[in-house]
Design a binder for this molecule. Structure first.
Ligand SMILES: [Zn+2]
Length: 303
């Protein structure tokens, strides 16, 4: 069991239950028979899904620190891109004022993005995954090529801006538009997790692949977040996100697994006969630039 799976396990156990404003998440779900489970997790039968426009509030917390000043400067442009992307999915994001402490957050309704220094990002990540000090050094290895984590049970995204800036963004003249686009891509991707979506590379035979059918547009839930072209989505993801945001089937799936994305993936795999990509494909992918978050699985970290 690796640290992330372990962390997600504890999150799933409801250690953060007290922080959740929704009474629905605080009580344990009613057990289902395997037949009921198979009906709930079968994605072939989604209808009817409410695809009406959805409004989601996002608190954006940027501490007034010198090393985050360039993010603050870029943020208005980044936010416009994030909003424009989700408007294409009929999801309308509104920015809410954010204090140092989270306001009243709620899954799929009121979310929070925290833009942090690397030190503060690690501290909040350890806390969110409940990594105790003896294990923190090892967990650092897991965090090596990661810049953000989306925590579904907390309705929060933690983003290490300074590290992203140092490792990914460019300083040369004429690269500013690209930096803004890449920052937006990261935020778009992480919010996708808070809308109930999983990575494009989780399964080889589901409708979500790394690139759209045109072969060149990267899926926003892939790792291709520094692509020169804009990202896209497939209809299946729009349906899943709306199902989640409207309290439909996908929302009920997450209720059932107590917002644990790994348990959610396991049950999707089981009841849709999804297959994981071959080890070779995974290894090739691991070599490309990774923008990790909670469902990253690294075989080398297995206990
Ligand atoms: Zn991700």
């Amino acid at each position: 069991m690796n640290f992330l799976r372990w962390g997600a396990f504890w999150l799933g156990m409801g250690l953060f239950g007290l922080l959740l404003p929704h009474a629905a998440w605080a009580s344990p779900p009613i057990p289902l028979t395997s037949q009921e489970e198979s009906i709930l997790f079968n994605l072939n039968y989604m209808a009817p899904v409410d695809l009406s426009p959805k409004r989601v509030h996002v608190e954006v917390y940027i501490p007034p620190l010198p090393e985050l000043a360039s993010f603050s400067r870029r943020w208005p442009q980044v936010w416009l891109r994030v909003q424009a992307f989700y408007a294409r999915m009929n999801i309308y994001l509104e920015q809410s004022p954010a204090g140092a402490a989270p306001g009243p957050l709620a899954p799929g309704k009121r979310l929070r993005l925290e833009v942090l220094t690397q030190k503060e990002w690690l501290a909040r990540t350890f806390k969110a995954f409940n990594v105790a000090p003896p294990f923190q050094l090892r967990f650092l290895k897991v965090c090596e090529n990661k810049y953000a984590f989306a925590h579904l049970p907390l309705s929060v995204v933690h983003f290490s801006y300074k590290r992203f800036q140092d490792c990914v963004l460019h300083n040369e003249q004429g690269t500013e538009a690209q930096n803004v686009a890449w920052l937006a891509n990261l935020v778009i991707h992480e919010l996708g997790h808070l809308f109930g979506l999983y990575h494009s590379y989780e399964f080889s035979n589901d409708p979500v692949q790394d690139f759209l059918p045109d072969g060149k547009t990267p899926n926003f839930m892939s790792q291709h977040l520094t692509s020169p072209v804009d990202m896209g989505f497939v209809e299946f993801q729009k349906v899943m996100a709306h199902s989640y945001l409207s309290g439909g089937k996908v929302f009920r799936q997450f209720q059932y697994v107590e917002l644990d994305p790994l348990r959610h993936l396991d049950l999707l795999k089981k009841y849709n006969s999804y297959r994981e990509p071959s080890k070779q494909t995974s290894k090739r992918r691991a070599k490309s630039k990774a923008f990790g978050d909670y469902t990253e699985d690294d075989d080398d970290d297995d206990d």
